[in-house]
Write a protein that binds this ligand. Structure first.
Ligand SMILES: [Zn+2]
Length: 344
């Protein structure tokens, strides 16, 4: 079963169409709007009034974290107000709460991202914090995605640049998947792997546009994030867009006091895993450097030992997902690889 978003509205002032778009999709007359303090000011307030003006009774819920308690709070609101769909205005946290709570309450949701920083904005998976660490839950992709280019391009450039890094890492994620097919016999979806790889190729081709200005960067990266999400929807898992480079990034999240952005970390990790695959790691490095993303461990606040340990211990986070790191490496070889690729 493949579930995909139904309507992606990507234009300069797409928020102005949200009431019309949701009516087109028969999403209902009562909405629950999930925001946080910051995203409400950025775009949530506007979304609220466009929905109200469009005759959609809108109830707003402010949340702080992507936790089960917040998910339950959202579900309570749906029940109390008779909301027929959920609308998320924000980044990962808000989108994940709306995505998972609406899935549990069996209703559609609309995603209004305020930054183009990772490919979770329209994927089917939600990352919710349990006791201690985050857990990725199966959910449903948004029925409607609003890409308001003006709002998105006002976010600091680092966000969309990080999004581009996340897309670029699809190249090594796909190589890990193909490796697993050869070694473990895992099934690879041809459509999902080709789409995911082509998405990363588009970043390489459009790197100068991405570096040029906020509006062009937003269009290019946002389309890529949608396409990468689609690949995950087709595969029914994050496999096409998440390999060893993502495991390294998750490990860095766990050990760094203040981790860098997701796409910055996976971008750097992809230079290294591409080197291990014997692929064109220089192309990854050059692309990251052209778009203004960090290419060194120092650039994401990780010292040499932290970087080496993250690589050595990444696979243990998810032993069942076969990657290039599944065969154990010596510390000496990791250090040498990091020096060759100039990450350290
Ligand atoms: Zn990612």
């Amino acid at each position: 079963m493949i579930e995909l978003p139904r309507l992606i509205d990507l234009k300069l002032h797409a928020i102005e169409n949200i009431a019309e778009d949701s009516k087109k999709l028969l999403m209902g007359d009562t909405a629950a709007l999930i925001v946080d303090e910051i995203t409400y000011k950025l775009a949530g307030k506007r979304v609220e009034s466009v929905l109200d003006d469009g005759g959609i009774d809108t109830h707003t819920l402010f949340i702080k974290k992507a936790t089960m308690e917040e998910v339950e709070k959202a579900r309570e609101l749906y029940k109390e107000t008779g909301a027929e769909f959920s609308v998320a205005v924000g980044g990962g946290t808000v989108i994940d709460v709306s995505k998972y709570s609406s899935f549990l309450s069996n209703m559609p949701f609309a995603s209004v991202p305020t930054a183009a920083s990772h490919d979770g904005i329209s994927s089917a998976r939600a990352s919710i914090k349990g006791e201690g660490r985050s857990h990725s839950y199966e959910a449903r992709p948004p029925m409607l995605v609003i890409g308001d280019v003006e709002t998105l391009s006002k976010a600091p450039p680092r966000f969309a640049i990080s999004g581009a890094g996340d897309l670029l890492s699809n190249k090594t994620a796909v190589l890990d998947w193909l490796l697993s097919e050869r070694i473990t016999g895992e099934h690879v979806s041809q459509y999902a792997s080709l789409l995911s790889n082509a998405t990363a190729d588009a970043v390489i081709r459009e790197r100068r546009e991405i570096a040029a200005d906020a509006i062009r960067r937003t269009y290019s990266v946002f389309k890529g994030l949608i396409s990468s999400s689609m690949a995950m929807c087709i595969a029914g898992s994050s496999r096409p867009s998440s390999g060893a480079e993502h495991l390294i990034s998750h490990k860095l999240d766990a050990v760094l006091d203040s981790p860098a952005m997701h796409g910055e970390q996976v971008g750097i990790a992809a230079i290294f895993t591409m080197y291990l695959h014997g692929g064109d790691w220089k192309e990854i490095r050059k692309t990251l450097s052209t778009i203004g993303a960090p290419t060194t461990a120092k650039g994401i606040g990780a010292d040499e030992d932290v970087m080496i340990d993250a690589i050595m211990n990444a696979q243990a986070l998810r032993p069942n997902r076969y990657t290039i790191l599944s065969s154990s490496m010596t510390k000496k070889a990791v250090r040498k690889g990091l020096e060759i690729t100039r990450i350290i």
